[in-house]
Design a binder for this molecule. Structure first.
Ligand code: AMP
Ligand code: ZN
Length: 470
């Protein structure tokens, strides 16, 4: 089976066929964070989902060009800059840096391009100019530039490709200037917002006077600049489908910059939301977590990542602390099995064992069915453990299973590298072996206690003793 993905545009699961004639290169854009605060674990469910898509495409042999923007100018950010009497650059730098630290904690692969909206203002102005020239955008009495849905539809384009909208209630001239607005509100939206006193020093010059871009135009300009006017995949959380993504389509296709017959984006993928303990996250309910809140409680990034990718991306996911404890147990089981496979394989290398890889690939090809992919991994763990115990897994067999796991983990990204013990402790471990050989058990026990105090335990393996974290 080839890879199939659910496309919000067609509301169905479709075979994935890139636009590239050779079928190899894939352009992928995921709306990045609005850096107004630390990102919460709901945001990270979406970013880990994008990382999973990118890793799986690479596993399938595609050459991915992965773009994720940073929204560093938008309504909420400007409000905070004003409240804290700081500058836009200073304010957003803090949360941008924190975001990248968190992505690393979650073992996400860094996107190839990470454009910041404020570095693409000329591209946004060009796009708006083009929309004005085509008669689809206009300047309103508030001096801001708006996108006319009526004119857009008049050009034969369709507004409402991702969302079902009620046009009966649309009144000509209704406008929204906020970056985020009510679901199904069919109204002209702001492309360029004229400077108002509350914006403080956050403004740029433009042919229409000082102001700043609307949120939606930011993503249209950055994605088309970096991936071309038509590209393969556009991702985000389900709340972005409307109005953000609908407006991105309208602006990008309204500018008519695509080749004949091509749309702005071929596949739209939306990740469902994450709830915490069954409820929408909220500070007042005490169920609002940033990643840092969880790592402060002693969970590591791999455990949090495992839990986030344990369920299908199109299902709302209920994140719980019990679930996190379960993720720890699950990863420990995998880690123990992989450690034993490493001991058995020694330095031998082999091609990946086909069986588990085929099951994993079959599951992931089916619109990234991770639940079945994990089931294949846990069946494999059970099977390897059994074969290690009954002696039916020889060195070459263990190396092949290990190679299969390494391929799978290039997608899941949860494996732990064996932490190397400091040399001084390894020397102590060898001293203990000698002490035991010399029947100096008091010294041997003292060394064991000292190692234990430093957080290391001695494990006997077929290749001799070695240190592992206790
Ligand atoms: P923002 O920084 O608010 O623009 O959001 C960044 C990303 O997180 C977007 O793709 C949102 O759709 C997504 N998102 C926001 N809340 C949640 C949630 N509770 N669960 C999953 N994704 C979310
Ligand atoms: Zn976006």
């Amino acid at each position: 089976m080839a890879l199939h993905l659910h496309n919000t545009l067609s509301r169905s699961v479709e075979p994935f066929m890139p636009l590239d004639a050779s079928g190899k290169s894939v352009g992928m854009y995921c709306c990045g964070p609005t850096v107004h605060d630390f990102a919460h674990i709901g945001n990270f469910r979406t970013f880990v989902f994008a990382d999973l898509v990118r890793r799986y495409l690479e596993f399938r042999g595609y050459q991915v060009n992965h773009v994720m923007n940073i929204t560093d100018v938008e309504d909420k950010i400007i409000r905070r800059v004003r409240e804290q009497s700081t500058t836009l650059a200073e304010y957003t730098a803090k949360y941008t840096d924190a975001f990248f630290e968190d992505l690393q904690t979650l073992n996400c692969v860094e996107p190839h391009h990470i454009p910041k909206a404020t570095n693409y203002i000329p591209e946004m102005i060009d796009l708006i100019t083009r929309l004005i020239e085509r008669g689809i955008a206009y300047q309103a009495p508030d001096q801001s530039i708006y996108f006319s849905i009526e004119k857009y539809q008049g050009c034969g384009c369709q507004y409402g490709q991702l969302a079902n909208l009620n046009f009966d209630e649309m009144r000509q001239g209704d406008r929204v200037s906020e970056d985020e607005y009510e679901k199904e509100c069919v109204a002209d939206f702001a492309l360029w917002k004229a400077r108002v006193p509350e914006d403080g020093e956050v403004y740029w010059p433009s042919p229409w006077g000082e102001g700043r871009p609307g949120w939606h135009i930011e993503c249209s300009a950055m994605s088309m600049k970096l991936l071309g006017t038509s590209f393969d995949l556009h991702l985000g959380g389900e709340d972005l489908a409307f109005p953000h993504h609908e407006d991105e389509i309208a602006q990008s296709e309204g500018a008519a910059v695509q080749e004949d017959g091509r749309s702005f984006v071929k596949y739209w993928l939306h990740g469902a939301h994450l709830l915490v303990e069954g409820k929408k996250m909220s500070k007042s309910l005490g169920n609002f977590f940033t990643l840092r809140d969880l790592t402060d409680q002693g969970y590591n990034g791999r455990e949090i990542r495992q839990l986030m990718i344990s369920a299908h991306y199109r299902e709302t996911f209920n994140f719980t602390l019990d679930g996190l404890a379960g993720a720890r147990t699950a990863l420990n089981r995998i880690h123990e099995c992989v450690t034993k496979l490493r001991d058995q394989a020694g330095d031998t290398t082999a091609d990946p064992a086909p069986q588990v890889l085929e099951q994993f690939t079959g599951a992931m090809d089916d619109n990234l069915n991770v639940s079945s992919a994990w089931a294949a991994v846990f069946d494999w763990v059970r099977d390897c453990n059994r074969r290690l115990v009954d002696g039916t897994l020889d060195t070459a067999g263990a190396a092949a299973e290990l190679a299969a796991w390494e391929r799978i983990d290039s997608v899941l990204g949860v494996g732990q590298a064996d932490e190397a013990a400091p040399e001084a402790l390894v020397a102590l471990m060898h001293e203990r072996t000698e002490a035991r050989a010399a029947k100096d058990f008091a010294r041997a026990d003292a060394i064991r206690d000292e190692l234990s105090e430093q957080g290391w335990a001695i494990e006997d393996t077929p290749n001799g003793p070695r240190l592992k974290r206790s």
